[in-house]
Design a protein around this ligand. Structure first.
Ligand code: BGP
Length: 486
């Protein structure tokens, strides 16, 4: 009799942990030889709903460079992880983390992006950081470029708009693979590579003086350069150490049609394709035809060199990493104008609640996403971000009661387990921001994700003392039970 072998739960060795990015927590923006980065010239948002991450113009850039303080630029101060990493990693270890996703600040290694030799002090910092992780049996998962690059590359060649930036990145990635061989096995070439189609944070290129059409052209060209850089890094990373597992990373947002009207279904399909094509290229190694058609119909002309297509094919990733915070809704009436991403929130879904920032919470959508990805690509999947940004309250006795966060995470973990039972190969879950850090989109401190509360306000006031939230103890149980005690 046929008896199917249905997985029942999380596999042994599942990578439970948390995810961060250098520019949101390290601080120490101008010490030990580090150069200024693109993330550190983005001003904080004026209010809770404003997204400021792409609002960089020629004028604001000049003002930011002249300003040598961190007052208006919270990503310069982070949460001082640079000096407190031992304490913070010890807290992660106390929760039982198996993995810690972090990014390397490119400008610590190449302060301007084009030096002949890397900055030894920067390299040494990450040696110490990885040693600290291994002390507790925590596997570092490293993003090579997370929403930042040395500002020097913007000033010199307008960031990823220039093909020359590929060489700068590949040189940097090679230094990392060589230096951290044996210390790091899991890598990601770019964080949320689809951010490139949103503007400055993804491209490191100014496009404020361009028409919308020209800006779109620049962004897709910049993205093409990133695809090539990623493919080369994957190739080199495998040559340097065949043990390396090198993934891509995309902000995934499932798109639902507003109604079952086929016109709405088709509109949702197009929006989904504009999100899926990134992984089609990085996992399968070629531009899908629907995208070539989209470029032609939108008058986007990519400059490609003769070997580009072959290179994309040779540099396919080993696993698919993605962030998942929400789903979105679209209709033929609200035709998609730009590629989807975290910040294209779409229409309201009457069946879902939203966070205080309007992100529509959809745990079942995570199961749908996992199944679709697995069916489409058949490569290991890694949820490298998921979490709830909320306003937490520190009580007088030093406790923080964040049951809403536990509820959010619990519901998503349940759906992950359902997807595993569906047959999806899921290798890990690093929730976003295990310790409160600076928001990527608004630079707020008060949009908190952590299991660990950090005493700092939006203006940088506070003792920076760390406190354990209720969710800290909850996640510890989750990991200890391999996802069973929820
Ligand atoms: C992702 C980014 C992260 C992170 C997270 C939460 O898009 O990769 O860097 O910050 O979203 O976003 P935010 O900080 O804007 O709430």
């Amino acid at each position: 009799m046929y008896q199917a072998n249905i997985p029942t739960t999380f596999p042994a060795g599942f990578l439970w942990g948390g995810a961060t990015a250098a520019n949101q927590l390290e601080g120490a923006w101008n010490v030990d030889g580090k150069g200024l980065t693109t993330a550190e010239v983005v001003k904080k948002a004026k209010n809770r709903q404003e997204f400021s991450m792409n609002a960089v113009t020629k004028e604001t850039l000049a003002a930011a460079i002249a300003d040598k303080t961190d007052k208006l630029y919270p990503k310069r101060r982070g949460i001082d992880f640079y000096h407190r990493y031992k304490e913070d990693i010890a807290l992660f270890a106390e929760m039982g983390f198996k993995a810690f996703r972090l990014s390397i600040a490119w400008a610590r290694i190449f302060p301007n992006g084009d030096e002949e030799k890397p900055n030894e002090a920067g390299l040494a910092f990450y040696d110490k950081l990885f040693a600290e992780c291994h002390k507790y049996g925590i596997e570092p998962v490293v993003t090579i470029s997370h929403y930042e690059m040395p500002l020097g590359l913007t000033l010199k060649q307008n960031g990823w708009a220039s093909r020359d930036t590929i060489d700068a990145y590949v040189r940097y990635a090679k230094v990392l693979f060589e230096r951290y061989k044996g210390q790091v096995k899991y890598w990601m070439t770019f964080n949320e590579i689809n951010a490139s189609t949103w503007g400055f944070t993804g491209t490191g290129a100014l496009d404020d003086e361009l028409s919308d059409q020209e800006a779109m052209q620049l962004r897709y060209q910049a993205l093409h350069h990133q695809f090539l850089a990623s493919a080369q890094a994957v190739k080199i990373g495998h040559q340097i150490d065949p043990e390396n597992q090198i993934g891509c990373m995309i902000a995934r947002m499932q798109t639902y049609p507003k109604t079952c009207n086929p016109a709405d279904v088709r509109a949702a399909q197009l929006q989904d394709q504009l999100n899926l094509f990134f992984t089609d290229i990085q996992v399968r190694g070629e531009y899908p035809n629907y995208m070539n058609r989209y470029f032609a119909e939108n008058n986007i002309k990519l400059q490609m060199a003769e070997n580009d297509q072959a290179l994309l094919k040779e540099g396919c990733v080993d696993y698919l990493g993605f962030s998942y915070y929400m789903s979105t809704v679209t209709s033929a009436a609200s035709q998609v104008e730009k590629a989807s991403g975290n910040f294209a929130l779409g229409e309201a879904n009457p069946y879902l609640e939203a966070s205080d920032w309007g992100w529509q919470i959809d745990p079942v959508g995570l199961r749908v996403t996992l199944n679709e990805y697995w069916d489409r690509y058949q490569v290991p999947l890694f949820i490298v971000e998921n979490g709830l940004g909320a306003l937490d309250k520190l009580e007088a006795d030093g406790t923080i009661h964040d049951s809403y966060r536990i509820d959010y995470l619990r519901k998503h973990i349940i759906q992950m387990q359902e997807a595993i039972k569906d047959g999806v190969q899921l290798i890990g879950y690093t929730m976003w921001g295990p310790i409160d850090l600076i928001s990527a989109s608004t630079s707020e401190m008060s949009k908190r994700y952590g299991f660990i509360y950090v005493d700092q306000d939006d203006d940088g006031n506070g003792s920076l003392k760390r406190y354990k939230k209720d969710s800290f103890y909850w996640y510890k149980k989750v990991i200890a039970s391999n996802g069973q005690d929820l």
